[in-house]
Design a protein around this ligand. Structure first.
Ligand SMILES: [Mn+2]
Length: 200
């Protein structure tokens, strides 16, 4: 069965049209109207090997917050939908990714239980502005929104870093790499659900 999803979400604050294919090659078509976020979501698609199309716009004249958060919510929902009953996946994975001086580690469990723990951001990271419009605080907000709406457990640790752009990009790439392996079919358990409960 194709592991794909297409979700359109419209509110008074944003319009999100998102399509993904978990068994892709990392092809992306990302236009969220938020340049720095385009860069991050492109990296997420590229390094997770998820084909990802996102066309989003919203009330960015107020602040990019709504459009960024709502895009993350829809990405999480689409991930959950495309995973279906999670049959045959590896389920657990971790990845530690550097970007020059920055180093981020992501650990995921495609558990069906939403949880997110983020740690290690350097002092003041949340107030840093990237691309003139994207604050460091949004990185954790995006991670939480994805985890909660996908129904996955995500631990994100910033292990090192000074430049906020490097730190954010290492976090998105670490998530991408961890997701890539966690959602990948495990040939040793073909068709089985990787849980002693028999359901995820
Ligand atoms: Mn918010």
């Amino acid at each position: 069965m194709a592991r794909t999803a297409h979700i359109v979400r419209e509110t008074s604050e944003s319009h999100i049209d998102l399509e993904l294919n978990l068994d892709g090659t990392g092809q992306t078509d990302i236009d969220t109207s938020v340049p720095f976020y385009n860069h991050m979501m492109t990296a997420l698609g590229k390094h997770s090997l998820i084909d990802l199309k996102i066309h989003a716009h919203g009330d960015t004249d107020i602040d990019v917050h709504h459009t960024v958060e709502d895009t993350a919510i829809v990405f999480g929902e689409a991930l959950k939908q495309a995973l279906g009953d999670k049959r045959g996946i590896r389920r657990f994975a971790d990845a530690t990714v550097p970007l020059d001086e920055a180093l981020a580690k992501a650990v995921v469990d495609i558990s069906g239980r939403p949880y997110c723990v983020c740690s290690g951001e350097p002092e003041g990271y949340e107030y840093c502005m990237m691309g003139g419009h994207f604050t460091g605080s949004l990185v954790r907000h995006v991670m939480e929104s994805i985890a909660f709406h996908a129904g996955i457990c995500l631990h994100m640790q910033v292990l090192a870093g000074r430049d906020p752009h490097h730190i954010a990009e290492a976090e998105f790439k670490a998530l991408a790499r961890a997701l890539r392996f966690a959602i990948e079919p495990d040939p040793r358990i073909e068709g089985l659900i990787p849980s002693t409960k028999g359901a995820l």
